[in-house]
Design a protein around this ligand. Structure first.
Ligand code: FAD
Length: 554
């Protein structure tokens, strides 16, 4: 492959998710190749996704985070791992990289036949972060984790502020709270977890507050108030002040593409390195994988930068195989499928949300249901909220979001799989899924939401968005008296569902009519009844009052 008697030399830059996977896979694919893995940090193949859980003590031993050591790479894979080795330049013409040994500062050139870049991304550092303060951190690698833990041992913080309510921020909040620390969470956006729509994020915000965490939404940090080498509080743009003994910043990441950029490799519109289906950059001898790349999105079609571990590992496998053998399967698409636990709730999403549909100009409809994770007559059933977005013409699934206590992981993966195969709500309705009372329902929640969406498209009857303005509609509230008292719906005509077949003549069939209940289930029955009795235009408020409350809460 190298065109000489020398073995093919594969050099990999970055030794964690994508890089370590590429190294191991390249060895399995090519027993003769020389494989060199360069990592600027002190460790390779550590579990960055596990960092928050060691912080809070849920993962008790730090060494469990070291998934594979340089010694293991050496013994098992004959991979030459060089830690504290930073690559500072690529010379494409000479096919060399310049490496700095960060311990000795010695610099050397290393020839490559194939080069795999897996330099990941870098956490954003906000302008308000005063340099020199010792109690403000990011949680990105083992050094960060060790620094936070050392500070916590030394100062025993009683209060903490976490800036950024993304995945890492929420995981850190949960873990600091677990340690008995009084936590504040500050988020600039109007809701937590950007991949979720506001209505689906609202139950997560409620859970955070229920646990005693102070949640600041729509809250930009203006400045850090310091005393000596410590931040003591954060000044918010609206004038509020959040006192804190320790601050963790998790406001997002940017791809580390400086090396690739300086080497003249093509960079895409999203700021990630452009790659083909085998992870080759614009220079076919150089591959790029993981957070630093942008990859074709399964719904948007265009390349997107989605910094998640799954695609980094898949990309590493493909680049490792292709670099070692000259052929490999295709990378395929990304969907941004993700999941996070937030105290007693789990939030997950795949595909695109309403905001992305709107900015991408997609015509879409939504369905929302509440369903139990398994048969309700079997003990410990928990409700989850499912939301799907689909195309009105074809019924093609565009995205899905779920919030619940259990069974969320299984459903989001079913929905992601359907998305991967460009499936429709009709495919979802047909899925033949495993069922026994402890595990699911004979009509699984993903079947159920597809039935709702099919009804919607078949106008049997059509759904109205949970937050829709109800002026001009004849609103029929089919909940019980106790439910309407607990959460009133102004202007609605109250006819409990079990009285509707006797009292529907009290309504005006010529008026556009929307039927409302708690979740949309009884409203569907009511709406079918009214449609069947000649009402001109009948709608069901999707997700019912429980989702309307969330949708209007922000
Ligand atoms: P990384 O795994 O970040 O590896 C890049 C490596 O390259 C780094 O070690 C860096 O030191 C090295 N490097 C950079 N430049 C150079 C250079 N010039 N020379 C030598 N070495 C260099 N994703 C999920 O899907 N689920 C989760 O639950 C999840 N949780 C996370 C929690 C935390 C705290 C963090 C930090 C990330 C989490 N992620 C999660 C994201 C996931 O870890 C990343 O998407 C994934 O690690 C990206 O892989 P990568 O190979 O592109 O980069």
């Amino acid at each position: 492959m190298s065109g000489s008697s020398q073995p093919l030399r594969i050099v990999i830059v970055g030794g964690v998710a994508g890089g370590a996977t590429a190294a191991a896979r390249a060895r399995r694919a090519n027993a003769q190749a020389e494989i060199i893995l360069l990592e600027k940090g002190p460790a390779v193949s550590f579990a960055n996704c596990g960092l928050p859980y060691h912080l809070g003590g849920e993962i008790t031993e730090r060494k469990k985070l070291l998934v594979a050591t340089p010694e293991l790479f050496d013994k098992r894979f004959q991979v030459d791992v060089r830690t504290t080795s930073e690559v500072i330049a690529i010379d494409r013409a000479a096919r060399t990289v310049t490496v700095v040994n960060l311990q000795t500062q010695a610099t050397y050139q290393l020839h490559y036949d194939r080069l795999i870049l897996a330099t990941g991304s870098e956490p954003l550092r906000p302008d308000f972060w005063t340099s020199g303060v010792r109690n403000v951190f990011q949680l990105w690698n083992l050094n960060d984790l060790d620094a936070v833990l050392a500070m916590m041992r030394e100062r025993q913080p009683q209060t903490a502020a976490v800036i950024g309510a993304g995945f890492i921020g929420l995981e850190v909040v949960e873990q600091l709270h677990r340690l008995g620390i009084d936590v504040s969470l500050i988020e600039r956006n109007p809701h937590v977890l950007k991949p979720l729509d506001a209505d689906m994020a609202a139950p997560i915000a409620e859970e955070i507050k229920k646990q005693g965490v102070q949640l600041y939404l729509n809250a930009g940090v203006e400045k850090m108030i310091t005393a000596g080498d410590r931040a003591v509080a954060l000044q918010l743009q609206d004038g509020r002040r959040v006192e804190s003994d320790i601050v963790i910043v998790g406001i997002g990441v940017r791809p580390r593409v400086e090396l690739a950029h300086a080497a003249g490799l093509a960079i895409g519109k999203q700021g990630g390195v452009t790659v083909n289906a085998w992870m080759q950059t614009s220079d076919p001898l150089i591959y790029a994988v993981g957070d630093m790349t942008e990859l074709p999105h399964g719904v948007l079609e265009s390349p997107q930068r989605i910094p998640l571990a799954g695609s980094a590992n898949r990309g590493g496998r493909i680049a490792g195989t292709h670099a070692a053998t000259g052929q490999a399967a295709n990378m395929g698409v990304v969907l941004g499928t993700s999941i996070v636990r937030v105290f007693n709730l789990v939030a997950a999403s795949t595909g695109i949300n309403e905001q992305t549909c709107q900015s991408a100009g997609f015509d879409y409809r939504t369905a929302i249901i509440q369903a139990a994770d398994h048969a309700t007559y079997y003990p410990n059933a928990h409700e989850m909220i499912l939301k799907i977005l689909y195309a009105p013409d074809s019924g093609r699934l565009l995205g899905a979001q779920i919030v619940g206590e259990s069974g969320v992981d299984k459903r989001i993966d079913i929905l992601a799989t359907t998305l991967h195969f460009r499936g429709t709500i009709h495919d979802l309705a047909q899925l033949d899924l495993a069922y026994a009372p402890p595990f699911g329902a004979a009509k699984d929640p993903v079947n159920m939401i597809a039935f709702v969406a099919q009804n919607d498209l078949a106008e049997h009857p059509t759904l109205l968005p949970a937050a829709a303005a109800l002026a001009g509609w004849q609103v029929v509230d089919v909940r019980t008296a106790a439910e309407t008292q607990a959460l009133p719906l102004a202007g609605a005509k109250h006819i409990p569902i079990d009285e509707l077949s006797l009292r529907w003549q009290e309504l005006d069939p010529s008026q556009p009519t929307v039927v409302v209940c708690h979740s949309g289930k009884r409203a569907h029955i009511g709406a079918c009844w009214l449609s069947g009795h000649g009402f001109a235009k009948v709608r069901n408020l999707t997700g019912g009052m429980s989702m309307r409350r969330h949708a209007l809460s922000h």
